[in-house]
Design a protein around this ligand. Sequence first.
Ligand SMILES: [Fe+2]
Length: 236
Amino acid sequence: MTLNRRELLKVVGASLASLAVPSLNWAAQSPKYYTLPPLPYDYDALEPSIDKLTMQIHHDKHHQAYITNAINLLKSDAKLLEMPPEKLLMDLSVVPEKDRQGVINNVGGHVNHTLFWEIMGPKGGGEPTGALAKAIDSRFGSFDKFQKEMSTKAATQFGSGWAFLVVTNKGELEVVQSKNQDSPIMNGQKPILGIDVWEHAYYLKYQNLRPKYIEAWWKVVNWKAVSEKAATAMKG
Ligand SMILES: [Fe+2]
């Protein structure tokens, strides 16, 4: 009997399926806190500020890699794997010392990027309104002064890292620089807005021109999302 191409593929597919081994428990059920959150908009939705290819690689590859690495670090201790990542970052003493830096890098990377996707969006930009606008004016003098401070901190972060707008443990707004994937959560601060200044966030489109990327990034900030985060963080 001679099979045509379609029939042959069917047979091969069936044979391969019969060979499939059930996944091992931890891999079978994606850990609750360690799955890649879907991007809340299309890959090209932030064009022209952030290009489609950068978004694809950044979200699907870089963010996924932090998640995969975090799972590999935590999977031997179910208690750690089942803890909310923010809680883990708040108390790193529960993590064995040999794994601590890896957790800072990878759980931090997961948490930072989750925030990053949420605080951007198409039709973003402009300025916040309401309580957040008032809090920014009161803390920084004006929105322009705040924007300048955050842009400067993002531009001058040496090497890879972030600039964040955080709510401190005293309930005040502050702009902080952060190296690598260090999360402000480790310092008791609640990040409500963050700009990723790792080269993977902008190099395809902006090459060495980080300030140009920062300028364009403000046009995709979703202030509604940031305001909601601010309200929650200020409530404590
Ligand atoms: Fe990133």
